[in-house]
Design a protein around this ligand. Structure first.
Ligand code: CAA
Length: 256
């Protein structure tokens, strides 16, 4: 594993950080290969309850243009980050992209795969690939319209427009934009609130929402939701959540 990506732990919260400041944390193929291995590790570790992606100074200024510029069509297919990003999106735990500096191209596409995006008000976000004669290739054209609507997504992608964190909050691209100094503490507060929820309920809610987005038919999505809902009964966390309600206390969930 290169030293350009690290996994840090704060108790049950894991943080994946890219450390390539000389290139504004642009994502090389080898960084994404290492990210893939770290995501596998996090996915297999039941003690991790929340995963943050946070890189100091710049979230990621996109895929590595220098390496990409040498690719032919076959090389470009091999360069794609999609399998790793799919893995991130499939994690059953909540994920948060914590964005300062630049989240461009493949960097913003990584953030789009997370459950939440928190940004510094002065961060800059965009999918500028058309400036390079290509299009977003790791989920940007698929996920951005879902989040901010087709018209605004086309505006950002066709014109390579960038938005600040503050503007990104206004258009629904990020959940929250805060003063730069408050970003990481705010993200850790979100993570802490998520950490104490039932991991079973969180996983079921995430599975139902992802399924409903992928299969929007109301009846079939509703059927899946009902099955996930019923599946929680009989688990400790459901008994504990309801007992705590009657006993007028905070529930203590175990994920069992
Ligand atoms: N890949 C490789 N190197 C990059 C990079 C990238 N995406 N972004 C920045 N860098 C490097 C620069 O080449 C520069 O290196 P040198 O000092 O060796 O020249 C260093 O980082 C600092 O960058 P700048 O001097 O350009 O810094 P700036 O403050 O003037 O500008 C910036 C910052 C606006 C982010 C500018 O660097 C920029 O536009 N970067 C490219 C952003 C981009 O187009 N991203 C999308 C990539 S395509 C993609 O991601 C495809 C996909 O769908 C997967």
């Amino acid at each position: 594993m290169s030293k350009q990506i690290v996994l840090e732990r704060q108790g049950e919260i894991a943080i994946i950080k890219v450390v390539r400041p000389e290139a504004l944390n642009a994502l090389s193929r080898s960084i994404v290969d290492d990210m893939d291995a770290l995501v596998e590790q996090v996915g297999a570790d039941r003690s991790v309850r929340v995963l943050l992606f946070y890189s100091e100074g710049s979230f990621a200024a996109g895929a590595d243009i220098k390496a990409m510029s040498l690719c032919d069509e076959e090389g470009a297919k091999a360069f794609l980050f999609t399998p790793t990003y799919d893995k991130i999106q499939s994690l059953p735990i909540p994920t948060i992209a914590v964005i300062e500096g630049y989240a461009f191209g493949g960097g913003l596409e990584l953030a789009l795969r997370c459950d939440f995006r928190l940004a510094a008000k002065d961060a800059k976000l965009g999918l500028p690939e058309l400036n390079l004669g290509i299009i977003p290739g790791a989920g940007g054209t698929v996920l951005l319209p879902r989040l901010i609507g087709e018209a605004k997504a086309k505006e950002l992608i066709y014109l390579s427009k960038t938005v600040t964190g503050a503007e990104a909050e206004r258009i629904g691209l990020v959940n929250l934009a805060v003063e730069p100094g408050e970003l990481l503490p705010t993200a850790l507060q979100w993570a802490e609130r998520l950490r104490t929820r039932s991991s079973l309920s969180l996983a079921a809610a995430k599975a139902s929402i992802e399924n409903a987005i992928a299969n929007p038919d109301f009846r079939s999505a509703g059927k899946t939701e009902g099955e996930l809902w019923a599946g929680l009964f009989g688990h400790h966390d459901q008994k504990e959540g309801m007992a705590a309600f009657f006993e007028k206390r905070k529930p203590s969930f175990t994920g069992q």
